[in-house]
Design a protein around this ligand. Structure first.
Ligand SMILES: *Cc1c(COP(=O)(O)O)cnc(C)c1O
Length: 457
């Protein structure tokens, strides 16, 4: 039974923060499929990955057995700057909806990067520094990852080169300036600086870019620059591992007040916040100790789970990365320029893909204008201006709370509020002006993209 008088914000003490990351793969019965070498079709070996990624991160990437990784003290100290993050009881939203459901959200937007991405950025920068590297390269879509990584690199005095998807570079000049303030160099992608950028520009003149394309450029830059490695802000197993702090804190906070979650909801781009949020809950579900409904929410414009195929695919447009088995729309899929930039990736984490394929979680896709209606309502009653990505989870949390109202059910709904939307005001402007559209790819477009998947079972 939940205790009475649950506070608006459930804060944890510093001493209650997790001191290890939790690796859900260790408890999965069906492990996620391994990354494959595109040349040989064999699973990628640590030595092969070490040319692209930092050594310690390669170990984390390949480890399906170790359940807990102690968080190094330097990273824990940095976490204390902005963690633990609050779990908020959305009393005002509940009242507005007139629902008997109890709604909670874990708010990850309370740091300058404005999202959960800092949780992994600081870990990746730490391991790069420890290895004695000069710097790292990366891509950024909406800009949150690039910002988080710039902050982490400046903290550890590492050089940071960011390839930013061109549409965001143009739409979000202020995010670019935050990155530069933290010392990063920012290049719009596709650029003319890399072989892959030049090739993509030649094939698709005027393209506004995609995450898959920016990844190719960042990887090329890393492997051709001495003392550099590439880092990625989502999708990879290591990123989900670092993001487990979200779920571990959430679970401690709920347990503190005797609250049992019924439904857990998160937006899914590459799957890192959702994978982190659900990790300790999914552990209980797999072990048969508890049952939760777990829902991934994706944009209707880039519906990897709900309309993609569970197959081996390239992680990037330039096909320089290993192959990953995942729900994918095809690495050549370039989604329409919708406003949830952080959810525009063509594929999905292998961990979440396996869980979804095993029927352990659900997925829904939502239209952009419906998402912004939810964002507006949430901002007006709960005060926080949410990121468009996060608002996908808000949309479904509201929909579930309204179903509870119809059925008179007092369920506990927990969702991840991954970030704030201060840099997304062009999108809010379109919404406020009534000119936002809901582009949804046709079956033919998706089939054409899937037809180009590599032929690997
Ligand atoms: C990047 C981002 C996401 C999506 O990424 P995941 O890896 O799927 O978590 C969601 N919300 C915000 C605010 C982001 O910056």
């Amino acid at each position: 039974m939940a205790k009475e008088n649950i506070p608006y914000k459930i804060y944890l003490e510093e001493s209650e923060m997790p001191t290890s990351w939790y690796n859900l793969r260790a408890d999965m019965k069906n492990k996620p499929a391994p990354l494959l070498n595109p040349g040989t079709g064999e699973p990628m070996k640590a030595e092969e990955l070490a040319g692209v990624f930092c050594e310690e991160l390669v170990k984390q990437e390949l480890d399906n057995e170790t359940a807990y990784f102690p968080i190094p003290k330097e990273i824990l100290d940095f976490y204390k700057m902005y963690r633990p993050s609050p779990l908020v009881r959305a009393y005002f939203l509940e009242k507005k909806l007139g629902t008997p459901a109890h709604i909670y959200y874990k708010f990850e937007g309370n740091n300058t990067s404005g999202s959960h991405k800092l949780n992994s950025a600081i870990a990746q920068a730490y391991y790069a520094k420890k290895q004695g590297l000069k710097g790292v390269t990366t891509e950024t879509g909406a800009g949150q990852w690039g910002t988080a990584l710039s902050m982490a690199c400046s903290y550890f005095d590492l050089d940071c080169k960011v390839y930013m998807v061109k549409v965001s570079y143009e739409q979000k000049p202020f995010r670019r300036e935050v990155m530069r303030t933290y010392g990063a160099s920012v290049t719009p992608s596709p650029s003319m600086e890399t072989n892959i950028g030049r090739a993509i520009n030649a094939e698709f003149p005027g393209t506004t870019g995609s995450l898959g394309c920016a990844i190719s450029e960042a990887v090329e830059k890393a492997v051709t620059s001495d003392g550099y490695r590439y880092v990625l802000g989502s999708v990879l197993n290591q990123v989900l591992l670092h993001q487990s702090v979200i779920g571990l804190e959430t679970k401690t906070a709920l347990d503190k007040y005797g609250i049992d979650a019924d439904i857990i909801i998160g937006c899914a781009g590459g799957g890192s916040n959702l994978g982190g949020l659900i990790a300790p809950f999914m552990r209980e579900k797999i072990k048969g100790e508890k049952d939760y409904r777990i829902i991934a929410v994706e944009p209707a414009s880039c519906p990897s789970f709900t309309r993609g195929s569970y197959r081996y695919d390239f992680c990037d447009t330039g096909k320089v990365c290993p192959l990953a088995k995942m729900y994918t729309l095809g690495s050549g899929f370039i989604p329409s320029a919708n406003h949830a930039g952080g959810l525009r990736y063509h594929g999905m984490s292998s961990v979440l893909s396996q869980l979804y394929d095993d029927g352990l979680m659900e997925a829904v896709s939502v239209k952009q204008t419906e998402v912004f209606k939810a964002a507006e309502l949430f901002a007006r009653v709960e005060g926080i201006l949410p990121a468009p990505e996060s608002s996908h989870a808000i949309r479904v949390a509201i929909d579930e709370a309204l179903k509870c109202k119809e059925r008179g059910e007092e369920k506990n709904i927990v969702f991840g509020l991954t970030g704030t939307g201060y840099f997304d005001l062009v999108a809010y402007q379109k919404f406020n002006d009534g000119v936002m559209n809901d582009y949804i790819p046709t079956d033919e477009e998706i089939a054409a993209s899937l037809a180009k998947l590599p032929n690997i079972k």
